[in-house]
Design a protein around this ligand. Structure first.
Ligand code: MHF
Ligand code: KIV
Length: 295
């Protein structure tokens, strides 16, 4: 799509529109699923045009894009603001929006009402919720309300206070058994996919092999049906070293620092803006102005 086309063109469904069925087909044919976060229009546009299968408006945006210390403070309204910008950019990928902490932890009625806001106000095609077997009945209710759900277990950042830090989960036999049971409960409740975060490779491989739904990993090793990363981690646009699972596929941070230096020195040495980058008066007006000034 050319940049001169109206932005509303982004809403026309594309021929290769990714649906939950596409992801399932990928699992079954062992073609890895690609997924990334996006929090705004330009990043979502880049990710979608690159042909990534799934775009998540992750609540990690609280930390990565809004500067909060954890994902816990972000609200439904803040998530919606970003999700709506991403929606305007995405025509190919499946668009999933994270339900933030507190938006599904009180009553099922409140949770369904919040999820409906993501569908109606931001065009979400699915919502993601963190937690295992304890979320099964909520996943059933959301699914009955025609809202596809992506589950998320392992290192669940909204459990920060319970976990006591962003720690790898599922390292003991009881913890592994819980994760296997959680994955089965999430699938049984009707989830369309499952995110596994921060667990040993061997455990993720077991869960993926047992699951009938696509399993997308982050810090869960290479044996999942797909991989997801945070956009800003991929491009080194964060201000901390990043977890072990982060690979910097390109250094946009360095590129931006370099560009900033160039701007600063060009302004200071008067080389920006040059004459061609300036507006000019019509010749008659310029002459009149020159006379006016010299009078
Ligand atoms: N930029 C960014 N990327 C993310 O993937 C991400 C966020 N922010 N914010 C929300 C959560 C928090 N995440 C994190 C943050 C830190 C670690 C981390 O440092 N983990 C330790 C594990 C130590 C252990 O238990 O062995 C590590 O060394 O990787 C992991 C996930 C993942 N999510
Ligand atoms: C990293 C992904 C899985 C996530 O939950 C987020 O971005 O919030």
């Amino acid at each position: 799509m050319s940049v001169t086309q109206p932005r509303t063109a982004a809403r026309e469904p594309s021929a290769q529109k990714v649906t939950p069925q596409t992801l399932l087909d990928r699992k079954r044919s062992h073609q890895p699923i690609t997924a990334l976060t996006a929090y705004d229009y330009p990043s979502a546009r880049l990710v979608d045009e690159a042909g990534i299968d799934l775009i998540l408006v992750g609540d990690s945006l609280a930390m990565v894009a809004l500067g909060y210390d954890s994902t816990l403070p972000i609200t439904v309204d803040e998530m919606l603001h970003h999700a709506r910008a991403v929606r305007r950019a995405v025509r190919h990928a499946l668009l999933v929006v994270d339900m933030p902490f507190g938006s599904y932890h009180t009553t099922p009625e409140a949770a369904v009402a919040n999820a409906i806001r993501f569908v109606k106000e931001a065009g979400a095609e699915a919502v993601k919720i963190e937690g295992g077997a304890t979320r099964a009945s909520l996943i059933e209710q959301l699914t009955r309300a025609e809202i596809p759900v992506v589950g998320h277990i392992g290192l669940t950042p909204q459990s920060l206070n319970r976990m006591g830090g962003y720690k790898v989960q599922g390292r003991s036999i009881p913890a592994i058994e819980s994760l296997l049971a959680d994955a089965a409960a999430i699938e049984g409740a009707g989830a369309i996919a499952l995110v596994l975060e921060g667990i040993p490779r061997e455990v993720a491989a077991r869960i993926t092999a047992a699951a009938g739904i696509p399993v997308i990993g982050i810090g869960a090793g290479p044996d999942c049906d797909g991989q997801i990363l945070v956009f800003h981690d991929l491009f080194n646009l964060t201000f901390s070293p990043g977890a072990k699972f982060v690979r910097r596929f390109a250094d946009a941070g360095a590129l931006m620092r370099e560009g900033l230096q160039h701007f600063q020195s060009a302004v200071q040495d008067h080389s920006f803006p040059n004459d061609a980058e300036s507006y000019h008066l019509p010749i008659e007006v310029a002459e009149h102005l020159a006379e006016t000034i010299t009078r």
